[in-house]
Structure formats: C-alpha cells, structure tokens
Design a protein around this ligand. Structure first.
Ligand code: ATP
Length: 233
C-alpha cells in the first residue's frame, strides 16, 4: 500500500533521512522502531508532506505522493495520529471529531460520530468539553478518533501510547487490536517492543535516518543482539 524508496529529507541544511526505505502492506500492521532522534517522526512528516522530502519516491496505492501538500496526501486516505496528540485545544470534543470527518476513500461502512463514541465511550461523556480540558488519555483517544473520522485507508500512529498511565495504555492497545482485526492498514511507531511484537506483522528498525533491519516479530524476538544494538534494550 505504501512504499518509500531512497527518501532523503532535510531541515534546512541538516539532513535527517538518508535513503529511507519502507513498505506497508495492505491489511497489515507495520512498525518503525528506533531510538530517539533517529528519524521516525521525520519519516512520518515526509510521508504526509509536512516535511517534504528532497529526493526519493513515496508511493501510496500506486500513486506518487511525494511533493504533494499535506491536505492532498490526506485526501489519498492517510490518517495521522501525531506525536504529542495535538488535539485542537479550543474546540470541543465533538468539534475535534467533526473537523476532519470525511470519506474521501468512499468506504462502505464509514466511521460516524455515533460509531466513534461507541468505540471510545470515555469521549461520550466529554463531548461538550474543550480539547484542553481532557486528560492525556482522553486526548489520545480523541487524537485517534479524529484521525479515524477521516476514514483513512492507512492509519499512522506516532507514539500513541507515550506518557500514558498503564491502564489507559492497555485501553489504547486494545483499540489498536480491534482496528487491526477490522482489516485497517496501520503504520505504528512506538517504544513498547513487547506490545509491538504482539500486534505487528512486520518491523523496520531505523538508525540515523535509514532502515538498517526489517523482519518479522519472530525474527526480532530471536535476535536479542539487534534489540541491544539498535533499540538499547
Ligand atoms: P523521537 O522519538 O525523539 O521523536 P525520531 O526518531 O522521531 O525521534 P526525528 O524527530 O525524526 O527522530 O529527528 C531526526 C533528526 O532530525 C534528529 O537528529 C533531530 O534532531 C532532527 N530534527 C528533527 N526535527 C528538526 C527540526 N525541526 N529542525 C532541525 N532538525 C530537526
């Protein structure tokens, strides 16, 4: 569904991605893992057109999306749950969810507000509250909900369980399991390797702006040296 080939991305004169490659297969959960500052968020930014790549190719369902502005990339059917949640603080929960609600991909059974509130019941009680009034966990649910209301074909989550209490974290992982079971294609960035190994179909390890290893959860599990060398665990 998504393929990056030879992607090079810069912040001004500082290069952050050095020939980045990545593949996400339809209906699968693909991960991008690596230590802080290795280029995971930059990869996400390059896919979305937020930090446009300077060279290389990004293909989504056969269409080149590199060079397109973020709003056009989103219209191809890519939803983002950004690092740090970034809910709209001065919009209500309802407004946050409805602000991006659309069905560009023409899905038969699209997400609606009612369906979303069944999926995240905690948001039902907070519909009239402002984004800034929510707890971290509620904001994370809202951020995921907002991305799903775009009815994406591919959902990208950048550190969606970061900084949450263990109970809330478990809730989020449960929802991600359900999304996987529904057949949604997911690209996951997270630091919890155990959970990632459980849910993922394929991993990519990134080091200094390029993928240095990719393989199955079983292959990663069988190779503790990899985890030590590239993830520091
Ligand atoms: P983290 O888990 O800490 O978010 P990451 O793997 O997502 O790390 P990136 O945020 O993509 O890494 O950063 C990759 C490199 O690009 C780092 O060296 C970082 O310092 C640099 N970088 C990121 N954002 C900027 C920016 N706005 N301006 C300049 N350099 C940046």
């Amino acid at each position: 569904m998504l393929e990056l080939a030879g992607v090079e991305t810069f912040y001004g004169s500082i290069q952050a991605l050095f020939g980045m490659t990545l593949r996400a297969e339809e209906g699968k959960v693909t991960t991008l893992i690596g230590r802080n500052g290795m280029g995971k968020t930059t990869t996400v930014g390059s896919i979305l057109g937020i930090v446009p790549c300077r060279s290389g190719q990004i293909t989504f369902l056969g269409d080149r999306i590199d060079g397109k502005p973020a709003y056009q990339v989103a219209q191809h059917g890519i939803g983002l749950v950004p690092e740090g949640r970034q809910v709209f603080p001065n919009l209500s929960v309802r407004e946050n969810l409805m602000a991006t609600a659309t069905n560009f991909a023409g899905l038969d059974d699209p997400w609606t507000l009612d369906r979303m509130l069944d999926f995240f019941p905690a948001l039902k009680e907070r519909l009239g509250n402002m984004g800034s009034q929510l707890s971290g966990g509620e904001q994370q649910m809202l951020s995921i909900g907002r991305a799903l209301m775009l009815n994406p074909l591919l959902l990208i989550l950048d550190e969606a369980t970061e900084g949450l209490a263990p109970l809330i974290r478990r809730e989020i992982w449960k929802r991600l399991d359900l999304l996987k079971q529904s057949g949604l294609t997911i690209l996951l960035i997270d630091k919890n390797i155990e959970e990632l190994n459980r849910i993922a179909d394929h991993h990519h390890i990134i080091e200094k702006g390029r993928v240095v290893w990719s393989g199955s959860p079983a292959e990663l599990q069988a190779n503790p040296g990899l985890k030590m060398q590239y993830l520091g665990i």
